[in-house]
Design a protein around this ligand. Sequence first.
Ligand SMILES: [Zn+2]
Length: 126
Amino acid sequence: MNGLGRWFRRFMEGRYGNDKLNNAILGAAMFFVVLTLFIPNPLVDLIAHGIAYVLMFRVIFRTFSRNTYQRYQENRKYLQFFGRMKDRDHRYYDCPKCRQMVRVPRGKGKIAITCPRCHEKFVRKS
Ligand SMILES: [Zn+2]
């Protein structure tokens, strides 16, 4: 490995790196840049590029962040959110007592749910 590669590897030690959330933010930034190509308006240009810069800065910040736990949690929440949106067969509830996420089948009417962690019982519409 050459000197620069070695330097970069040492530089990235203990830092977070890339993840799916970063890719999504980058995609959103690209969307705003491409948007300006289709809407030739100075104000749109200014706002869209402003947003794109903020988003790209966020990606850079997350990649080089040393707070890997926090970054990991952000990514986990992002994946969870879109996982829930895609899941048409289930509904997701948080246990009112311990906040454990409980998944139940959709469309069964009112059902009594027992939390698998703390065994708290609560009724929700599925
Ligand atoms: Zn619970």
